[in-house]
Design a protein around this ligand. Structure first.
Ligand code: AQP
Length: 342
């Protein structure tokens, strides 16, 4: 039986966080055997929000090394860097010409991220969701595991796929249709818990790689000491009861982290703290985060010492990805009326 196609990616805009791990990479490792998997580092997305630099190069290697350190298998999954497969940029332009300003302006991430730029909002930041749609549609993806913040982008991708299918392959969805659609329709997959890990300093907002306050974020290569310090200084509230409640987002965040990292339910974790204080919860959560992050940090550092190996993994991954992406782009180009290259 052919496996369903699953695709996901992270922006190498900084070091990866425990939010990226819990909301994305951890789930990929669990699902990689059951799906035909495609995982990559979206370096072209990073320059939508910041200028390119040598840092981007290092962070891109580090992202791939972290994927491997977390347990992604480069033999089973297709692992590569977005800019190595030129078809992403090409399909992105074609989709840009089929998307509308109205639908793209509704994306909440654009509203959040553009506010930092004042009058000088990069056009790429606006077009980010269209590039993401190209990333997904190029591979005839069925499932996209993402954190909750990306759900809207996958929905836009689905709308674009439907529009292109209806226009270029009419009748594709009629009963008994023999017309093959241009694109498979992707579904988002959002973890029941951990889909939105919150900032340790402001638990009303998402934990982010590029948060200006380093205390707000647990990075996957923080030292044991840094992890302990950050978790112990996590902002909670003035009460004392350890309760999983939306009114206590800081406490709920720590309970959630424990729950997803140990495989217990939030109710089970909560029950262990009856009559205990916030300090107990913080010490235990810090210990669990240290146990999760330490092996990832050590393995990532080891892999970063062997860029030749990482280059080999990326070369093989890009070759596999290119072959699949070229097939989709060829079909799309033919429908649009571009003369095929000979
Ligand atoms: N805090 C989070 N909780 C759960 N999931 C998260 N993800 C990111 N942050 C959290 C999920 O990780 C995947 C890769 O995300 P991304 O880095 O490509 O984009 P992002 O959502 O913009 O992440 P950041 O950390 O906020 O990036 P910066 O700071 O560079 O803008 C996605 O599946 C995402 O949902």
């Amino acid at each position: 039986m052919t496996k369903k196609i699953m695709l996901s990616a992270v922006q190498p805009s900084n070091r990866l966080t425990i939010g990226n791990y819990v909301g994305a990479v951890m789930n990929w490792t669990k699902m990689q055997k059951d799906y035909d998997c495609i995982f990559f580092a979206v370096d072209m997305h990073v320059i939508t929000n910041s200028r390119g630099s040598e840092d981007l190069k290092r962070q891109t290697y580090e992202t791939i090394a972290t994927y491997l350190a977390c347990g992604l298998d480069p033999e089973a999954a297709t692992l590569f860097v977005q800019s190595h497969v030129k078809e992403h940029a090409e399909l992105s332009w074609i989709l840009t010409c089929h998307a509308t300003m109205g639908e793209v302006s509704r994306m909440t991430q654009f509203k959040d991220k553009s506010s930092k730029h004042g009058e000088m909002i990069p056009m790429g930041l606006f077009a980010y969701p269209v590039l993401m749609a190209a990333d997904i549609l190029l591979y005839q993806t069925n499932l996209v595991p993402v954190g909750a913040d990306q759900k809207q982008h996958v929905e836009l991708t689905r709308d674009l796929a439907m529009r292109m299918n209806n226009h270029y392959t009419p009748g594709w969805n009629k009963e008994g249709a023999t017309t093959k659609p241009l694109f498979a329709l992707p579904d988002p997959w959002i973890p029941k818990e951990g889909g939105k890990i919150l900032s340790l300093q402001d638990p009303t907002k998402k934990m982010s790689k590029s948060d200006a306050d380093p205390k707000a974020t647990l990075f996957l290569n923080d030292t044991d000491k840094e992890i302990e310090k950050k978790v112990k200084s996590a902002v909670t509230d003035s009460g004392s009861e350890i309760k999983a409640s939306d009114e206590k987002p800081g406490i709920l965040n720590l309970l959630t982290l424990q729950s997803v990292l140990t495989g217990r339910t939030i109710a089970e974790v909560e029950a262990a703290y009856v009559g205990k204080q916030y300090g107990h919860l913080k010490v235990d959560t810090a210990g669990i985060c240290v146990d999760t992050i330490r092996p990832v940090r050590e393995k990532t550092a080891q892999l970063m010492g062997d860029l030749t190996y990482l280059d080999q993994v990326l070369k093989r991954g890009a070759e596999r990805a290119r072959e699949r992406a070229a097939r989709t782009l060829k079909a799309v180009s033919a429908k649009i009326g571009f003369i095929p290259t000979t």
